[in-house]
Design a protein around this ligand. Sequence first.
Ligand code: CO
Length: 133
Amino acid sequence: MLNKIDHIGIAVKSLDEAVSFYETMGIKPYHYEEVDSQKVKVAFIKVGESNIELLEPTSEESPIFKYIEKKGEGIHHICYDVEDVDKALETLKNDGFKLINEKPMKGAHHKIVAFVHPKSTNGVLTELSMDEK
Ligand code: CO
């Protein structure tokens, strides 16, 4: 069901500051976006075949703001590419996994996404993602 790791999400206080590390290492973000549903600004960085999503909160209501308050900056979630997010959620729900989103929603970069609670996934907030059709 999981095709590949789509990206790793990193919570940061400042995109500008976070991006400077990658720029020093010779990599520039290829995509910037504001995601209203999560109240974040994101920058996507490609390292070889892998993507990193830097997330900066735009409001104190943002889950990323709350995460940084509680745990500081750092790795926030791992995102897997799946064929069908609805189907994956249904399968997980039937198997007793704790979902954060019962229904998929619009994510960054033309994706449809849903989150699975870290209590069900060995402590790792897990995002499932597919291309918007
Ligand atoms: Co993500």
